[in-house]
Structures are given as C-alpha cells and as structure tokens.
Ligand binder design. Structure first.
Ligand SMILES: Cc1cc2nc3c(=O)[nH]c(=O)nc-3n(C[C@H](O)[C@H](O)[C@H](O)COP(=O)(O)OP(=O)(O)OC[C@H]3O[C@@H](n4cnc5c(N)ncnc54)[C@H](O)[C@@H]3O)c2cc1C
Length: 610
C-alpha cells in the first residue's frame, strides 16, 4: 500500500465518480469509494492537506464525513451522506461538523438526543485527521458547554414540560390560538420518541381520507366511520373492569386524531396514501406522514411542528433545560422550576402546566416498582424517558393508573438495535418467505405481534437468541420493502447484518440452530420458504420500548388524585398518562397516535378552561 497524496486521492475520487455512473446497479457511490480509499491508505509521515472522506457506523448505517485540512487547520467538515433517523440523527449531522470546525477539536459535546450519530461523526473525523498525517492530540481539546448561570423568573399562559410528541402537538396548537406558551425540553433537540415511530396516523373519516377514497369504499367500515370503529374496539376488551359503553378514551383518540390529520394537512404537513403505487405498495387504508412508513415521515412532521412553535412570537422552546418540580400554591399547580444545562435556574409561572415528559422505560427504579418482570431488560427508547413527569405528578398528589404486567415489544436488529417492527409483514404477514426462530431454530410465530415478541423475549427457553431466516425473494422484497413502500431495511444488507448461507444446513451449523431444517420443513407444509439458493439469516432481538402505565387522568387530560379529583392547573398527555387504550380496558396499541391526538385534544381543553 502506498500513501495517498492529494493528487492521487482526487484521481481516485474521479475514478470513483466514473464508477458510480457506470455501475449504479452495484450500489457503488462516490462517497463510499472515497471512504474506502481513505481507509486503505497508509498514514503519511507528514501532514498532507486536502479533502478526506471517511465513514463510521451511526445509528442506522454508515455516516460519511468529508473533512478538509489546510495548513494545520480543519477548514471544512460536512456529513456528505447518511441514512440516520430523520428528526434525530440529522441534528447531529448539521451541528457536530460546524462545532468541530469552530473549535478545531473532535472533543465537542454530543448533541443530546442524538449521541450515537454525534459520536460516529467524531470517529470519522478522527480517522480523517490521522489519515491526513496530523496528530489527533492537536485536535482533541475538550470543549465544554458555555455556562451562563442566570436566575430567571417568567410568567406565561401555559407551560408545556417536554417537546416530544404530545408536547409539540399541544404547544403548536396553543401557539396558533394566541396563548403565551413556554415549552421546556430536557435535550438539545425536539421530538422525544416521535421521530422513531412508524408515521401512520389514525384518520377515520378525515377530509384527507375521503379525498383519497373516491368511491366511498371506506364508508360504513371501521376505517372510515367512528361509530363502526368503536363497535369493533368493544370486541377487543380484555379488562372489563375498565370498560364503559362510551369508550371515552378511545373515542377521543380516534376522533381527535381524525381532526388532527386535517389540521396537519392545513398547516403544510405532507401525507402519503397507501394503495396507489402500481406494481408495488398497496397495504392498508390509513394515511401515513410523507414520505411514508418508516421513511422519516414522523421526523419531518415533528421538525415542522417544533419550527412552528419557535416561529410564533408568543411561544418558544427552551432546550437543554429540565423541569425539576412543580410549584403548588393553595392546592393548585401554578408553575415549574427548571434547570438549564447552561446553569440557568428558572422559576416559570403559568395558568396551566401540561406534563408531556413521556414514559419511564429508562428509569430502572420505576421499572422495578411498576414492571418488576422487566428488571434488567434493555428498553429501546429515547434516553430521556426517565419518568420525570410521572414522578412530579405523583409528588403533586396523583397516583399511578392502568398498571399491568404486559409491555409490548417489537423486533430490532441485534447489533445496532435498528427498528424492524414490520419485518415479518414484508412478505405477507408470515405465510411466505420468512420464519422467526429461537436459539434452537424453533419457529416462534409472528414477529410483528407486540405480545408474541414480548413473550418470546421473556421466555428463558428461547435462550435469548433470535433469528429471522428468509429466502432470496423475501430478501429482495425486504430491501425495497415492497408491500409497505419503505426502503430503510436495506441498511441490514448494506451493513452486512443480513448474511447469506449457501444452504439451510450451512446456516444451521454456523449459527448453531439445530432445529432449523425441521422448522422450515414444517413451515413449508402451509407456506413457502424457498431454499434452493440457500437462505438469509439476520440476528434480531425483541426489544421493549415503552411503558404503558401512567398518571390517573380523565379523558380530558386532567391529572387526578386518588379520589378522582382534578389537581387544579395540571394536565397531561402521551406516555405520562400511560396507554390510552388501557384506560378503556383494551390492550396497548398506538403510543404515537395517542400522544399526538391527546396532545392536540389537551390544547383545546386548556384553551377552553383558561
Ligand atoms: C423506538 C420506538 C418506536 C416506536 N414506534 C411506535 C410506532 O410505530 N407506533 C406507535 O404508535 N408508537 C410507537 N412508539 C411509541 C410512541 O413513540 C410514544 O408512545 C409517543 O411518542 C410518546 O409521546 P410522549 O409525548 O408521551 O413522549 P416523548 O415523545 O418521548 O416526549 C417526551 C419529551 O419530554 C422530554 N423530557 C423528559 N423529561 C423532561 C424534563 N424533566 N424536563 C423537560 N423535558 C423532559 C423528553 O426529552 C422528550 O422530548 C415508539 C416508541 C419508540 C421509543
């Protein structure tokens, strides 16, 4: 191997660009070629200025970074290609390179909320520094956050604690109604769990849905009519003690979600309808946030909402600031205390305080208390889900409600915990092409069902080793995610997580799955997993991601004490009030839609009661 000079490096890049044009089917692209050249190059014995493209694995896939050196300085740094979560990783891609150039250091603080992408970018730049022949120590000064240490007292109409799903819907609605709103957000970025979600929006009978449904095929069906939907839900009750004919919580969920989808449309959020992509996607009748399921729709919508809150003069988001406690005077909640990462101490007073701080999946003590069977389990969720709002609500006199032992889980890739919730739906919900197996190679059934994924994780007989084994037709469908119209699962192939074996026998031996052949034989009695050209295997793990118990509340987001009395001034929506469906005696189903619809609803209630 030889050193790469600036000239040969550029020559190589040009060749790579040529290769990109000539061989798109091979998946070759210029940044990859450049990064591979940099990786292959030896470290020169003296600095060689120029532009270096390097890469590191981020949350989803490779993050490609271009770093340019001139006369001992990093003069430019950019993420030139990435596949990180829209609404999460892109914040790091935008901010970290700028900070590196500004401070001439890779040791800048991570963007809180997207640490994995932040670290990937820094790793890639570290490699560039070394490959350019510079000394990493010269670019490693520790950069700390700027401290201001101010004491700030303010008053407003409404304080929203947490700029996640519910908080952003509430704040965006209240802001446009003209109320003075301060949103306090613990992390550097907005969104909480929203960007991680599937992007579907319940839209029973919405204007959007009707516009799509020209022939009125959905009229009188559960998808198109609220009352038919409610009747269908009544058949799914698992806890009769909580059931009432009115189904008040589910009614709000479906009704407000429908209104909300029209409102989103009016403020410029895009939607994608299923079923109108000839030769490809035709799954379901619901609306999905554009550009579609798991394609960043929820992230784009989230960023629009956060931006909207910031644009109204009467509303703002205080980032990197944690609400620490509620202020209670004469039995009424009148404000909050908050602490900024910059050392600022806030006393914020308001006529209403909305708790939208999410669940407690990342709080081991609360898990031990409310979900003891999940102690020690990893929860694949936003790190800020530490139950702060629930703790504050309890301190203010509320109690925990809808407590039970069952938590939902979905599949993630084992290595990088990449969301694979719909993997099993890729080829028709499990009757063709794919089996989900345990450590012995035994078939575990549906890998789409929350309950089945949860049960397989908790059952020690499964050995805590799980694989999806599938055929080549399924692999191709997975890369393009044909039935659902999203392409994010191709990252499993790009990063080598999905591995091809020449035969079932080879896969069984290599992965130590003794019963795999028998499982496939049994599967093929009714389905078809074609093994003539071998099989693919992807190591997966069922991951818990949400807690579903929360503060006692009524259907209008009032937080209640043990006797069912409203703790005046205190409202809540989203995971802070637990699963909406569970309040009506159903099983958890829609965390995102519930947080969004109840966030939307809470704004109307707060305005009306102001
Ligand atoms: C990986 C993943 C995938 C999911 N997929 C789906 C899906 O496909 N479909 C679905 O229906 N649901 C899904 N969910 C669930 C859904 O995302 C959540 O139920 C919903 O987004 C919760 O909204 P929230 O507003 O209650 O909380 P979050 O969206 O989590 O927002 C809480 C916000 O409060 C902030 N915060 C916390 N404490 C404080 C504090 N002390 N001070 C200030 N701010 C604070 C947090 O930083 C965060 O921004 C998924 C969740 C995860 C984690």
């Amino acid at each position: 191997m030889k050193n790469v000079s600036r000239r040969t490096f550029l020559k190589g890049s040009a060749a790579a660009i040529g290769a990109t044009m000539l061989a798109p089917a091979m998946g070759v692209f210029a940044e990859e070629e450049e990064a591979l050249q940099t990786e292959a190059a030896e470290i020169p014995d003296h600095p060689v200025d120029g532009r270096y493209v390097t890469r590191a694995i981020g949350h989803e896939s490779w993050v490609y970074v271009s770093t340019t050196f001139k006369e001992g300085k990093i003069v430019a740094c950019d993420v030139v290609r990435n596949n990180e979560t829209i609404g999460v990783g892109n914040y790091a891609c935008g901010r970290i390179p700028k900070m590196i150039v500004e401070h001439q250091s890779v040791n800048v603080p991570n963007v809180r909320g997207c640490s994995i992408t932040s670290m990937a970018i820094k790793r890639a730049v570290e490699e560039a520094i070394q490959k350019a022949g510079y000394n990493l120590d010269d670019f490693s000064a520790e950069i700390e956050r700027e401290m201001t240490n101010e004491t700030i007292e303010r008053e407003c109409d409404v304080i929203v604690c947490g700029a996640g799903t519910a908080g952003l819907f509430t704040a965006a609605r209240l802001a446009e109604k003209g109320l003075n709103v301060i949103v306090v957000e613990k992390r550097d970025i907005p969104g909480g769990s929203m960007a991680m979600t599937y992007s579907g929006i319940l839209s029973t009978g919405s204007r959007r849905q009707k516009a799509y449904d020209v022939k009125g095929a959905l009229e009188g069906t559960a998808s198109g009519d609220l009352e038919v939907q409610i009747e269908a839900l009544k058949k799914q009750v698992i806890n009769p003690d909580r059931f009432t004919e009115e189904m008040p919580f589910c009614r709000i969920l479906y009704k407000d979600s429908t209104e909300m989808s029209d409102w989103l449309s009016d403020i410029g959020v895009g939607f994608r309808t299923f079923g109108v992509f000839e030769g490809d996607s035709s799954w379901g009748t619901g609306l999905s946030l554009a550009p579609g399921m798991y394609m960043g729709g929820a992230g784009y919508c989230m960023m629009l909402l956060a931006d909207r809150v910031g644009q109204f003069e009467n509303s703002e988001i205080l980032y990197a600031t944690s609400v620490t406690d509620l202020i209670k005077e004469d039995g009424k909640i009148v404000g909050v205390h908050a602490e900024g990462e910059n050392g600022n101490h806030y006393t914020l007073k308001a006529k209403a305080v909305c708790l939208t701080t999410g669940g407690f999946a990342r709080n081991p003590e609360m898990i031990a208390q409310y979900n003891p069977e999940h102690v020690g389990q990893f929860f694949n969720c936003a790190s800020a889900s530490t139950g702060d709002g629930i703790r504050m609500g309890l301190e203010a006199g509320s109690v925990m409600d809808v407590i039970d032992t069952e938590l939902p889980a979905y599949l993630s890739s084992k290595k990088r915990l990449f969301e694979l919730a719909f993997l099993g739906a890729i080829n028709g919900f499990g009757n063709t092409g794919l089996v989900y197996v345990n450590t012995n190679g035994d078939n575990l059934g549906s890998c789409v069902s929350h309950v089945n994924c949860s049960d397989s994780k908790l059952n020690p007989d499964n050995g805590d080793r799980f694989f999806c084994v599938f055929d080549s037709t399924c692999a191709e469908a997975m890369k393009k995610s044909k039935p659902m119209g999203f392409t994010t699962y191709d990252a499993m192939f790009e990063c080598g997580d999905a591995v091809h074996y020449d035969s079932v026998e080879a896969a069984a031996e290599e992965l130590n799955l003794p019963n795999l052949q028998a499982t496939i034989d049994a599967f093929n009695q009714t389905g078809l997993l074609e093994t003539r050209d071998g099989v693919w295997a992807l190591e997966v793990t069922p991951t818990f991601y949400i807690t579903t118990s929360g503060l006692k509340c009524d259907k209008d987001c009032h937080i209640l004490d043990a006797d069912g009395n409203w703790i005046s001034g205190l409202y809540g929506a989203g995971d802070v009030i637990g699963s909406v469906e569970k309040h009506d005696g159903l099983r958890y189903s829609y965390g995102f839609d519930s947080a969004a619809a109840f966030g939307y609803h809470m704004a109307d209630v707060v305005e009306a009661e102001m």
